[in-house]
Design a protein around this ligand. Structure first.
Ligand SMILES: O=C(O)CCC(=O)C(=O)O
Ligand SMILES: [Fe+2]
Length: 373
C-alpha cells in the first residue's frame, strides 16, 4: 500500500488536534456524539471519523490509484480534464496555479465521477483509463456507495441540528441527480527535503462542495485554524478518516458550518522522501441546486445570516452548485491565469485575509469580492 514503508509522523512536529467522532455512535443517534460532531463542524469544520467501516474499500482505491498513476503519462493525458472547468478525469501535475504569482501545483489526480460510477457501463460525463474501468465494479463502486452512505448520514444529522425540515439537505444532495460528487486519488512526488514547506503541492483552498471524506497515510495536509496565521499539520491516524465541510454546506447553512482553509505541502521530515497518496470522496450538491442560505427553511440559519455582515455577497452568490464548481476548477488552471486579478476569480468562501497574513497571497486578495464567474 502507498506510504506504508515510510517512517511514522515525527513526534516533534506541531500538529493541529481534531475532535474524534465515532461514526457508529452518530449513526445510532447518540446525542453526546452528535454534539461533538456539531462542535467540530461549526468551529473548525474538520474532524477525524473512526468506525466508518470503509477500510477495505479505501485499500482497494489506493491500489487503483497507484496503478493509474503508474500508467505512461501519454496514456493518462488522453483523459486529462482540460481547461474548461471539467472536474472529472486525470489532472496532471503543474496545470494549476497555487498562488497569485502563478507558481504551479505538483499533485496529480484521478477523479472519477459518482454519476459515471453509478451508471457504469453507461457513460454520463466521460471515459477513464483502463485501470479505472477494470475496477469500476470491484473497487470504485463499493467505495462510492460507502462514502455516499457515510456522508449522507452526517448530512442528515447536520440537517436536524440546523433546524431544517427533515430531508432538506438529502434532497439537495440526491445521488440520483447529476452532480459534481467525485472519488479522487491524489499522488504527490517524493521530495529530497521538506524544508520548502511554504511551497504548497496543493494550493490553499476551501473544498468546493459539501462534505469531504479523506484518507491519507503520510502527513502533508495542513489547516489554517480560525484566529491563527500559522499553518499546522493534521496528523494522519490509522483507520481514521479526516472529514471536512466545504463551500456549499457553508453557504446553505448561512455560515454556521465552517468551510476551513487547508492545503497540502511536503510531508514532514523523513516522510518527505516518500511519494504521498491520498483519497477523497467529495459529496457535492446536485448540479441544479442553487447556492443560497436556507433562511426560509430554518430560523437558526435566518438568525445567523441576520447577524452576518455582507450576507448577500457571502450567501447568495447567484450560481448553481455546478457553476460554482466549474468556476473554481477552470479558473485555477494555469492556462486561464493572467496575474493576481485572475487568481482571485477561482477563490471560494473562506476568509482569505487570514491566509494573506500567513503569507500565501497578498492582503488585497479577499474571497468576499468573488461572487460569480
Ligand atoms: O491530500 C490531502 O490530504 C488533502 C487533499 C485535499 O484537500 C483536496 O483534494 O481537496
Ligand atoms: Fe481539500
Amino acid at each position: 500500500m502507498p506510504g506504508i514503508a515510510a517512517p511514522p509522523f515525527p513526534e516533534d512536529v506541531t500538529t493541529h488536534p481534531l475532535l474524534v467522532i465515532d461514526y457508529q455512535l452518530v449513526k445510532a443517534g447518540h446525542q453526546d456524539e452528535i454534539e461533538k460532531l456539531w462542535m467540530a463542524a461549526t468551529r473548525l469544520g474538520f474532524w477525524y471519523l473512526k468506525n466508518h467501516g470503509a477500510d477495505a474499500e479505501v485499500d482497494a482505491m489506493f491500489e487503483m490509484g497507484s496503478e493509474t498513476m503508474a500508467l505512461p503519462l501519454e496514456e493518462k493525458m488522453c483523459f486529462e480534464q482540460g481547461d474548461e472547468g471539467m472536474s472529472f478525469g486525470y489532472k496532471a501535475a503543474g496545470v494549476n496555479a497555487i498562488d497569485e504569482k502563478g507558481n504551479l501545483d505538483s499533485t496529480e489526480f484521478i477523479n472519477v465521477a459518482k454519476d459515471d460510477v453509478l451508471a457504469f457501463p453507461t457513460v454520463v460525463h466521460r471515459t477513464y483509463p483502463s485501470t479505472v474501468v477494470t475496477r469500476m465494479n470491484t473497487a470504485i463502486r463499493p467505495f462510492v456507495d460507502k462514502s455516499l452512505e457515510v456522508n449522507g448520514t452526517l448530512l442528515s444529522v447536520l440537517n436536524a441540528k440546523l433546524g431544517l425540515p427533515e430531508g432538506t439537505l438529502a434532497r439537495l444532495h440526491d445521488s440520483k441527480q447529476k452532480s459534481g460528487c467525485v472519488a479522487r486519488v491524489i499522488r504527490s512526488p517524493p521530495k529530497e527535503t521538506s524544508m520548502d514547506e511554504d511551497k504548497a503541492m496543493l494550493s490553499a483552498h476551501t473544498d468546493f462542495g459539501s462534505l469531504s471524506f479523506l484518507h491519507n497515510h503520510l502527513g502533508g495536509l495542513q489547516v489554517l485554524a480560525p484566529g491563527t496565521d500559522k499553518w499546522q499539520y493534521v496528523k494522519p491516524l490509522p483507520g481514521h478518516a479526516i472529514c471536512n465541510v466545504g463551500d456549499s454546506l457553508h453557504i446553505f447553512s448561512g455560515g454556521i458550518l465552517r468551510s476551513n482553509m487547508h492545503r497540502v505541502v511536503a510531508p514532514p521530515k523523513e516522510q518527505a522522501k516518500f511519494e504521498r497518496y491520498s483519497l477523497v470522496f467529495f459529496t457535492r450538491a446536485s448540479d441544479s441546486a442553487e447556492l443560497r442560505a436556507l433562511v426560509d427553511a430554518s430560523p437558526l440559519i435566518a438568525g445567523a445570516v441576520a447577524k452576518t455582515s455582507n450576507a448577500q455577497a457571502r450567501f447568495w452568490p447567484g450560481v448553481t452548485a455546478k457553476e460554482w464548481l466549474q468556476r473554481r476548477v477552470r479558473n485555477q488552471r494555469i492556462k486561464n491565469f493572467s496575474g493576481p486579478e485572475s487568481f482571485k476569480t477561482w477563490l471560494g468562501t473562506e476568509d482569505y485575509s487570514s491566509i494573506a497574513k500567513a503569507g500565501a497571497i497578498s492582503e488585497g486578495t479577499v474571497a468576499r469580492e468573488v461572487v460569480a464567474a
